[in-house]
Design a protein around this ligand. Structure first.
Ligand code: ADP
Ligand code: MG
Length: 372
């Protein structure tokens, strides 16, 4: 690839990052006559566009509602500051820098919880999901200069990806990576955790109806003011702006992973950002997109204490199930009470038995991501 086309590709990769999948199609505004008011704010966070649309409950003024939304954004920003592997001084940056030194690095309780949960999914998937994927992500240049690496480079980086070489000490929330060159990358799970924290912050402030959307990582709090559930569309992998199907959500999170979220093309081939640790290449999946839907009540089953984590689990699961492929993903979802909607390579749609009811596609403009 020439430098110019490489630039064009990375520019394109940045653009498609915005064209994500599970997407809210309804908001507070105008959803009921005389609704007590709403507040909508968009920020760029965690490499993506985050939108929070909150409706004021009876008796809550606009300033209070705005403060609630600000607190939710602040919780998400805190997750980013702690867990962004590329941000100098973050918890993950410090853990990675000390890889192989033998030193334990003490981290924030939030960071510890996310790493612990990521390792849970690594064990569950026998390493298909692996939070030590950083050397491969860096090699492929996702986020910087995407390109196809040489085979021997892939072999070398692959040997540094090993979730069993992560040590955790729960007594003082410290972490150690056993080999030099290793690195944690929580890109498949931290955004979900951030959305959980936003959801929690909104609830704590007394908000009862809201929708949080972090680039396709959606959490629906309560119902819309008109009493209906929140409409969330599953985007068409090939046609930005259209949806293959629409769901209705209440106190549920929906998270999508797809091969069209972040990718580049070279020699007519598409290379996306979900890497199979076994091959070192983008996962060769028969799935175009997988959407995981989990209810908030699942929090009760969390093995990491009281922290609600439905969106974190859905985030990790969507990445993990993408790699496993359609058949295994559906079987796993059916056996484990997980809502799943898959768009496959032939554009067919399959749903697990726990998926919410799905409705026919609607052609809606995504100018502002909403249909009111
Ligand atoms: P998005 O970042 O668009 O929400 P995903 O949740 O599917 O999409 O996460 C993709 C990210 O997960 C990658 O950018 C990378 O940081 C990380 N990742 C890639 N492959 C793996 C893997 N096999 N296991 C764990 N994390 C991965
Ligand atoms: Mg994910």
């Amino acid at each position: 690839m020439s430098d110019l086309s490489r630039r064009a590709h990375s520019f394109w990769a940045a653009c498609v990052a915005l064209a994500l999948v599970a997407w809210p199609l309804s908001g507070c505004i105008g959803s009921s006559r005389g609704s007590p008011g709403s507040y909508d704010e968009v920020r760029l966070l965690m490499d993506t566009v985050v939108e929070i649309n909150a409706c004021a409950p009876e008796g809550m003024g606009r300033d209070e509602l705005r403060k609630a939304v600000e607190d939710a954004f602040e919780a998400m920003a805190r997750v980013d500051r702690l867990m962004n592997a590329r941000a100098e001084g973050s918890d993950i940056w410090r853990v990675n820098r000390a890889a192989g030194s033998g030193s334990w690095i003490s981290v924030d309780e939030w960071t510890f919880r996310v790493i612990k949960r990521a390792l849970f999914f690594a064990r569950l998937s026998s390493g298909a999901f692996d939070p030590t994927i950083l050397p491969l992500m860096e090699l492929w240049g996702f986020g910087t200069k995407p390109h196809v690496p040489r085979q021997e480079e892939i072999g070398k980086a692959k040997r540094l990806v090993d979730w069993t070489a992560v040590d955790l000490d729960e007594s003082n929330f410290s972490v150690r990576l056993n080999r030099p060159g290793m690195g944690l990358d929580l890109g498949a799970i931290a955004k979900g955790f951030a959305v959980d924290r936003a959801f929690e912050a909104l609830k704590r402030s007394g908000v009862t109806r809201a929708i949080v959307n972090a680039g396709g990582n959606v959490y629906a709090l309560g119902k819309r003011p008109d009493g209906g559930k929140w409409k969330v569309g599953v985007r068409d992998p090939d046609e930005p702006g259209t949806y293959v199907t629409v769901m209705r959500l209440e106190e549920q999170t929906a998270v999508t992973s797809g091969d069209y979220e972040r990718y580049f093309e070279d020699g007519g081939k598409r290379y996306h950002h979900i890497i199979d640790p076994a091959s070192g290449y983008p996962a060769d999946s028969d799935i175009r997109s997988v959407t995981v839907i989990l209810p908030r009540t699942r929090e009760a089953q969390s093995d990491i204490g009281l922290v609600p984590n439905a969106s974190m689990d859905a985030d990790a699961l969507s990445t993990m199930l993408f790699i496993l492929g359609k058949e295994k993903a559906l079987k796993f979802a059916d056996e484990n009470g997980i809502g799943l909607i898959i768009v496959d390579a032939r554009r067919g749609i399959s749903a697990s038995k726990w998926a919410p009811e799905i409705f026919p596609s609607e052609h809606v403009s995504t100018g502002d991501g909403k249909q009111r």
